[in-house]
Design a protein around this ligand. Sequence first.
Ligand code: SF4
Length: 500
Amino acid sequence: MTGPLRVLLVELVPHEPERVNRSQAYPALAGLGAALGWKTWWRVLGVRYEPTLRYALEPRDLARLLAETRRLKPRVIVINERLRREQRAALARAGAPARVVYCPLESAEDFAGLPDFVRRALQRTRAPLLDDPRLLDRLRPRFRRARLNRAPWLSRPFVRVPAGAYCSYRTRTADNPHYRGLGPPAEFLSCSFCGSGPSARPRRPPLSDPQAFVRRHVEAACRARRAGDGPIRFELSGSESWRRLETLVAALTRGGVRDAELLFMPRVDELLAARAAVERSLPRLAGAGLALRLYGMGVENFSPAENLRFNKGVSAEQVHAAVAIMTDMQTRWPGTFHPPPGGLSMILFTPWTAPEDLRINAENIERCPMIDRSFALSRRLQLFPGRPIALLAERDGLLATGRDDHFYNAGCMTEAGQDELPWRFRHPEVAVLWRLARRLSCDAERLPSADPETRALRPFLSGPSRRPPDPLPLFRRALETITRHPTTGSLFALLERMRS
Ligand code: SF4
């Protein structure tokens, strides 16, 4: 087929908005397509979040997507999430035939690779525009997208706009005794478990004016809003957007942006530092019918020993201060200020966790109204190759050869096929407490219904539910019991001791 390049952008939108969804580059791709004379369509399908990150569309959704593909006859289909192999092949055939390419671009740093991605996967003929070093500053984003199904979460459009560096938190490696001299020399260290810190994203974001980039995106998405759409939620990722919150809000409201939610993911210390700017921005946001929502904020761990290993750099007192501020703002600005919807996240269990760490955490969780206790008990560290904390576990002999629990993704796995390194607990009694915590937590539903340890737990639960509404008191009782009897070797033995 000759004529303009025909490109279909397919966006799978998971029902959990914080989960991976690499559609950040779609507005730029659609804008680029307009500049280069392509025929471009953007279609959206709501899907249930799939922790393995290999999506299999429901038969009805697959049929809709195939029908649309046959109708539009694209030569290239760009998709933001991995599809199971047979569905991907069916999609390629429906394009008669089309190349199906996965779009990996997510952060502003990744956008440095946009021209290469386009040359490799889409337009293989030469296009001088792609050589323009200010390409992203010049592009006009486009937001014309159509839904292919009626997933309820699609009625509140979600738009991700990366701007500036994703994360700017880093400390000097030499300042942390755990990492000084460990692994390949590195001057700086981010959170040791995370793959998103600046040390893991060495490329410079290719934007000379990130704030203008955000404004162009937000204004273009608002212009493309359709009747019946709820408020658009903009996830403004990147620490720079947060640091310039006040000027950004002023510019957006001046530009006439209305009826939208602005989502930010600051660290706890970044929220504390920006308190005055948030206070000054709230009246302006309220006046324009805008809201500010925080999301994805992590405590990780209240124990100073665990936190030092994480190199998190946030203390328990900072967390409590931030929670007090958020509670106060929410009370004074209901409808305008929203704290993180699921509360603050934690990584409660690690290979090094000692009973004392769990005691410190239990005390602080009790003090903190923004921690979902059931969720916190379900969280353990995931180790990924090459990350500083994985090197530390290896050095301490805490990597294991096999794993004995079911597939687990705390949201830290962001690539299909990414595999975590199995590890073991240094303190065997904590391994027993982890087995209990998982069964008391919201993760209990993922365990087989015939799980014998869950059955053994039942006499401790009142009512028919498989888990208590507040699991912390029972967990604390177990912690006290095991502290008195540290050689307790199994969950059955622990429960037996708690009964007697
Ligand atoms: S956990 Fe957050 S603050 Fe820490 S390195 Fe990752 S993105 Fe940055």
